[in-house]
Design a protein around this ligand. Structure first.
Ligand code: GTP
Length: 356
């Protein structure tokens, strides 16, 4: 089976991490985020993937080449981002599938443990134009919801509301009949969620919902990105692309952790990163060359490439951009983000995004 992988977004919610690296390539549990998706797609029977790129398009081919994790890869780039539907249409000429074949479409920022083969089986059995993975969430009012009828057929795409009629939401993994992709207008900005699916339903086509509520995470926000890395390292979701056994921590080549440091809770320590004695790092991502000095505490945070955390400093729920540095004694919390290269001098002042 072939797939199209949507990876052209700018990842604005994950800035500053996505200034230098597109979201799908951010190091996550020791590998670019997409490596986990490629490996899982391969395990689900996908043999060839067309990357639909736009933002920093050249970086994807440089990272993965023509084949990776058992999947043949090819790349189609949009000059201007065409939205999710426009990107699928733009990538379609690179497919080799026949008109009735199923084609998998994957958002490049979703970590999902759902059964893709079962989704494809439902699609084929129902003779559907498209079949969406729908997951269930505790608070559906934060999302648009997708109700289905007794036969599993999608009846509507509903906008966010305080009183959603269902807890089912679009999980960002679709099966399309190849010929249904060709009905998307060419060369235009199109949203698959807001235009293509509602259009298929109103024209009487069969759109099915494969409801499965296993592990599912959209890593589009800093909190979710850190959680995704943590869950992979801890083995809450299995990935054949993880370069090590699941456990409390994953140390990449050249990482140096003092025996007097505590590093746990699914922390990934990048190549050449260093954690000094007396420091505690929990549930975090230390990118390549990051440095955590003596007695510092880093929790649920990302320390970018070559970024430095000074002695005794505290980071809790913080993003440090590449090369940023936090002087000794600072205390940063609650979603605070330091842009690449910013250096915070030593201070005992407590800082929080909530204080601004
Ligand atoms: P934010 O800017 O933080 O909202 O992130 P994003 O740009 O990734 O947008 P969003 O999370 O809504 O995108 C969902 C998926 O579709 C991601 O994998 C994006 O890379 C991808 N995507 C979004 N817009 C486009 C586009 O115009 N072209 C292509 N090729 N992919 C897109």
């Amino acid at each position: 089976m072939e797939a199209i992988l949507l990876v052209g977004g700018r990842g604005t919610r994950l800035r500053p991490l996505t200034i230098s690296t597109p979201k799908p390539l951010l190091p996550t549990a020791g590998a670019p985020f997409l490596a986990h998706q490629l490996a899982r797609a391969h395990a689900a029977g996908v043999t060839r993937i067309v990357f639909a790129t736009s933002y920093r398009a050249e970086m994807f081919e440089a990272a993965f080449g023509t084949s990776a994790h058992g999947v043949e890869l090819t790349y189609v780039s949009e000059r201007e981002p065409l939205g999710t539907g426009g990107a699928i249409r733009n990538a379609a000429p690179a497919l080799t599938s026949g008109p009735d074949d199923p084609v998998l479409i994957l958002n490049g920022d979703i970590l999902s443990g759902h059964d893709v083969r079962a989704q494809v089986e439902l699609h084929e059995k129902a003779g559907a134009a498209a079949t969406l993975h729908l997951t269930k969430v505790e608070d559906p009012s934060r999302f648009g919801s997708v109700p289905t009828d007794g036969q599993g057929r999608v009846t509507a795409f509903l906008e966010k509301t305080n009183n959603p009629v269902t807890d089912q939401i679009n999980a960002g993994c679709y099966v399309f009949r190849r010929s249904a992709i060709d009905t998307i207008p060419e060369g235009e900005v199109v949203s698959v969620e807001r235009e293509t699916f509602p259009g298929l339903i109103s024209s009487g086509q069969v759109v099915m919902g494969h409801v499965e509520a296993g592990y599912w995470l959209d890593v589009g926000t800093p909190e979710a990105f850190v959680q995704g890395s943590r869950d992979l390292v801890l083995g809450r979701i299995a990935s054949p692309a993880m370069p090590g056994e699941p456990g409390q921590r994953l140390l990449l080549d050249g990482a140096v952790v003092s025996p007097r440091a505590v590093v746990r809770g699914g922390t990934a320590v990048g190549r050449g990163a260093e954690v000094e004695g007396g420091a505690t790092v929990e549930g975090s991502v230390l990118q390549d060359g990051a440095f955590v000095a003596e007695g510092a505490t880093v929790r649920d945070s990302v320390v970018g490439r070559g970024a430095r955390v000074g002695a005794g400093a505290v980071l809790d729920g913080v993003i440090l951009g590449d090369g940023a540095s936090v002087g000794p004694g600072n205390e940063l919390r609650n979603g605070l983000r330091l842009w690449p290269g910013i250096a915070l001098p030593p201070t005992a002042v407590r800082f929080s995004a909530d204080d601004s």
